[in-house]
Design a protein around this ligand. Sequence first.
Ligand code: PGA
Length: 251
Amino acid sequence: MARKKIIAGNWKMNLLPKEAWELVDGLKEGLVIKPLVEMVVLPQTGLLSLVGELLQDSVISLGAQTSSKYRNGAHTGDGSPDLLRALGCRYALSGHSERRQDHGESDLEVAEQALSQIAAGLKSIVCVGESLSEREAGSYKEKIAAQVKALYSTVPKELMGELVLAYEPIWAIGTGKTASPEQAEEVHSFIRSQIAALAGEAVANLTPLLYGGSAKADNAASLMGKPNIDGLLVGGASLKSDEFLKIYQAS
Ligand code: PGA
């Protein structure tokens, strides 16, 4: 079975309601659907109801940028994955490096968050990746292996099919510095081998692996041309409908 391809736009903490409305409008208007490629947008939490409503007559999927590791209860300020599902989300990110950095989310917490997202009926896009110093020291594979291991030791086998992984080298996020297709493919193939060792070949072969870090219209096709790159997680370039549509078309 061919792996699903996903082009996801991480809007981060950007856009007010009117701007989100305009962006979604532009995407809906310009989208030429490719049946094997799913487009996903990931607005900040406060925009989810609005964007969910705007997407109701569209094939574009909705996702969230994070959620609590708890499902509900006394966790003031946290966001329940069940609520995300009820608002129409199909996906949620877990462990974006900005969350790991700004909120001290550990590998284990990220894994627990992913598990509670899946338990709530979402597909979890779990981000992994190394810093510049880890890349330069040559320790990036150990870092990523630990992140992947925590995930597959926490999520039970029967739910592993709901996971998507995103390789996002921290040094490439928002810097304009993209990993070369060869660098990205090397890590993607490493991640797939780690999943195979922890969860078996079947799970590894079916798990979509996205690349993120300054993905743009002019590098999308060469990245997506690699055998283990099944999609892109796009930050800055997902905030303009023309550019994001070009990335989608290039995939
Ligand atoms: P970028 O962000 O495309 O702006 O580098 C990617 C991400 O952080 O998901």
